[in-house]
Design a binder for this molecule. Sequence first.
Ligand code: SF4
Length: 284
Amino acid sequence: MKRRQLIGDVIGLGPLWRARDARFDDHPARRVPPPAAPLADAPVESPTVETVPAPVVAAIPVSPIVQAGTSAPAPAAPVPVVLAEQAAPTLPVSAKPVLSWSELEQTVARCNHCRLCETRTQTVFGRGNPQARWLIIGEAPGEQEDKQGKPFVGRAGQLLDNMLAAIGLDSNHDVYIANVLKCRPPGNRNPSADEIVACQDYLRQQIAHIRPTLILALGRFAAQTLLDSNDSIARLRGRVHRYQDVPLIVSFHPAYLLRNLPDKAKSWQDLVFARRTFRQLSGQ
Ligand code: SF4
């Protein structure tokens, strides 16, 4: 099996992400991901992202980033890159971290600040490279994450890793992946407000340590929590928000994509958009 077909099959993108009639000859999912290396040391220079002539997954055109307090644009492309005036005042990332990275990890491991400590198997701090320039933030650990102690494992994690690989990011080196909550809500229920408040300082300190160039918030819960917003994913996608001083882009949670195949095309749009934005922010 050709590598490009193998990647497409592993990603599970189906016909939406697969070339038709030779129109996706330059599709990044067909490219061999670059060797694993920290993004800061080896900026991803794949020329594939901007040149995807995909009718289904056409990239959102990117205009120069503008600071704006303007109303949200319609979700349909094209939309400008807008740095929205949204921030969660309860999670100030500008503050210096209080604990070292290892102290923070140990503190989280023995945390009992909310009721979730009573039902968890273990805490889930994060995975990836703490020096990475990309920070991926999801909602909370699920069953597999609770068992394995890592975020985004199982089918959803595999899909995320493959989606990141499709834009040239190695999930072990180029990104750090964490959740808003560090412990699994029983039955995968939605986190409660008091649990978020109890846990928020851990994520704040993680962000303060990592100081990412770009945050990718996956899923409605993570996006709404970080942006202090009640807007839907549909309204939050396609723009560059700010989480305090860090640019933030919203997309779907991989677990959602596994159940909603058509939205994989929109997810690909978001990844292309995020990649372009990252390159703009990095001056690449
Ligand atoms: S969810 Fe966060 S605040 Fe609650 S027990 Fe776990 S680490 Fe502590």
